[in-house]
Design a protein around this ligand. Structure first.
Ligand SMILES: NC(=O)c1ccc[n+]([C@@H]2O[C@H](COP(=O)([O-])OP(=O)(O)OC[C@H]3O[C@@H](n4cnc5c(N)ncnc54)[C@H](O)[C@@H]3O)[C@@H](O)[C@H]2O)c1
Length: 262
């Protein structure tokens, strides 16, 4: 990642921050846009520890003026960018019939349109600089058209399917300018977003842990090697792909878990 600069939305904590840290560890500069007022404390140490440039700007990816102003500041501080990871996301866990108009709209605004407009700003920026680049979207196992019993994520499921749905068309449209577009679909990853499951759904967490072929829940660092690979020139012939990182649970249930249950 040396010499590259990457914009990460939602990089103030959780998976987004882990992505920032991995890029910095490999020598890349990072700019974060996040609705949080400030990032996790460790963010401030990245510059001195890894000798890279960093910038954090509070911005809301659902508001055009906020996103555009944040993007401009990020370009001024760390640009031009060769990489982009729109990772800002939210989830609502509620039965389908209880979902409210505002909650559903909120999820679509952040996860789908926030991703869409960030990718659009970045595509225009990369084309203007004429060096190509790599955009890595964050989809999810939740966007693959399956429902886990007890987890009620209908609007989140729909939003992540939409994110995955952008990858192919965008990859084809911008490939001629050397811009690659891929997505990563994580399984359950421990982060501030999923932390509440420990209290609300401990049995569900235990199911994910034991039923997964690799027998554990993921951590953000399970995703970062793939994301830095997709951002780097090592993946220069990869575009239009969605790659699942789920401990194998998308492929099936561990036979040992099934035999325990019977
Ligand atoms: N944790 C998981 O199990 C999991 C699995 C699959 C996909 N994902 C996806 O990974 C991404 C990161 O999730 P996470 O688990 O780290 O969650 P998280 O809640 O820890 O982080 C999400 C970040 O997005 C930011 N954000 C939210 N709304 C925003 C807005 N309007 N504008 C700007 N920033 C905003 C938050 O402030 C936060 O820093 C999300 O897109 C999520 O859907 C997570």
């Amino acid at each position: 990642m040396k010499g590259k600069s990457v914009l990460v939305t939602g990089g103030g904590r959780g998976i987004g921050f882990a992505i920032c840290k991995a890029i910095a560890q490999m020598g890349g500069n990072i700019a974060v846009l996040d609705s949080l007022p400030k990032p996790v404390d460790e963010f401030d140490q990245l510059e001195s520890r890894y000798g890279v440039k960093t910038s954090f700007t509070q911005a809301d990816v659902t508001k055009q003026s906020s996103l555009e102003a944040g993007f401009k500041l990020a370009v001024d501080n760390v640009g031009p960018f060769q990489g982009c990871v729109p990772a800002a996301g939210i989830a609502v866990d509620k039965p389908f019939l209880e979902q409210t108009w505002d909650e559903a709209t909120g999820v679509l605004n952040v996860n789908v349109l926030g991703t869409f407009w960030t990718a659009k700003l970045m595509t225009a920026h990369m084309q203007q600089h004429g060096q190509g680049g790599s955009i890595v979207l964050i989809a999810s196992i939740a966007g693959q058209g399956i429902k886990v019993p007890e987890q009620n994520l209908a609007i989140y499921n729909m939003s992540k399917a939409a994110v995955k749905g952008l990858v192919g068309p965008l990859a084809v449209e911008v490939g001629h300018s050397g811009i690659r577009v891929n997505s990563v679909s994580p399984g359950v990853i421990m982060s501030p977003m999923t932390e509440g499951m420990k209290v609300e759904y401990p049995h569900l967490l235990s199911m994910f842990e034991n039923a997964a072929p690799l027998k554990r829940i993921g951590v953000p660092e399970d995703l970062t090697p793939l994301i830095t690979y997709l951002l780097s020139d090592a993946s220069s012939f990869t575009t239009g792909a969605d790659i699942l990182v789920s401990g194998g649970i998308h492929a099936g249930i561990s036979p040992s878990w099934l035999s325990q249950k019977s």
